[in-house]
Design a protein around this ligand. Sequence first.
Ligand SMILES: [Zn+2]
Length: 501
Amino acid sequence: MKCVIALMQHETNTFSPEPTTLGDFGRMFGCEKPPAGDEAIQVVAGVDMAVNAFIDLARAQGWDMDVPVAAWAEPGGLVEDAAFDALSDRICASISTGCDVVMLDLHGAMTTASYPDAEAELLSRIRVINPDVPIAVALDFHANLSQEFYDAATVVTGYRTYPHVDMYETGERAGRALLKVMKTDVDHELVSGWLPMLTHMIMQSPSFEPMKSIMDRAIEAEATGEVTTASVFGGFPLADAPQTGLSIVVSGEKGSPAHHGLLGELLKMAWAARHDFVYHPESLEETLTHSKTLTKGPIVLADHGDNSGAGGPHDNMAVLKMALNLGLDNLAVAPVPDPETVEQMWLAGEGHEIEVLLGGKVECPNLSILNEPLRIKGRVKKLVSGQFSITADMMTGMQFDLGRSAVLETDHAEIIVCEERTEPFDPAFFTYAGIDPTQKRYLLLKSRQHFRAGFEDMAAHILLVAGPGICSSDYGQFQFENLTRPMFPLDHDATVEPMDF
Ligand SMILES: [Zn+2]
């Protein structure tokens, strides 16, 4: 038996001005281009990711294994067609030499200039080469997927958590289902459903309602054997593509009413809860003013409008500017990606006073927001390299490299500046620069949910801050052109037919 295992993950924010290149898919692993073969296995070794569950399964089964690519890029703008072709060519070339099983660790919301649903395109290319090979896919909870994708896959599972702390388990679930399909004579089928709902990501987490009941029911049905797999995908709303929306996929024995029934039940639950998935943010000034009334720290200020983890440039300074204007004190700011300022601070050297134009470098023409630098004076407190490893429950064991970094100290804040953009979800995003987050009154970071993996336990308070940016929860700001319409809540007249369930 030979299996082909590949990792190809990207969440594409189609409103981002920054295209995603082939090099971006290797940078996460410290490689110039996405690694392959033994190097691919080595860079993901020990990291909590689905691809490792696939590798462990192949080893346990004694299968020959080829890993043609391990590619993971930080969420961002459209993936360049050439990058997608290069990655899918590697996977297809491996499959074309002959294989019995394919296991893929994909995101599910990758979009390129030519392919709005890049994962469906990948699977269709595989099916041209081998129409019958079993394909198991583990996906992110934020997948936006089309019927074409589900028609081409054999097994599909999705993360059940947000923050995503069950990546490896999602791979294990896909592997278990795959073995069941391969080892029994019973015909197996996937059934899927999609709803015209742009759920607010801040309301999507299965940790709380309204998603909790829906996900719990899916988990129960899979655990008790009622169905083979059941996965609920909240969707990624910042993708202007026809398949964007909430979707559910359930599998079981062909002809059995159980999985069809469960699919309808879950779709009904999600649609009935659509108003509860709508987030109503308060103003930035209101939230920051409220934060001053709280007595105990650390207070996490989670700016979710410009968040690298949802494809944002991560350098909008509006929240920091207002926080300083309102007099917030003892503030630590998680790494702001700004290579120019880093260069300036490294040239100045530790201990020197400096004035910089911080952040605000990436223009966002798709949105009518002003992204401008913050002019700020301070002292270069520390220069440091940006390497550290993750100890929180999400992507545990992953090595990060934010590039050269520096800490700018002012009377009221310590601001980390770095070269690479990444969503902070682990205390190491502060400690690597010598800042103890537990000793700060305020922790200002750009994140929507993933920060909870590393900061929820230490925070006395968590405030969600509606900063401006291309990850805004105000969907009315975005010019959607390719979205299926009507779409709730953009269109309150969006409906689904009872027969759709
Ligand atoms: Zn996600």
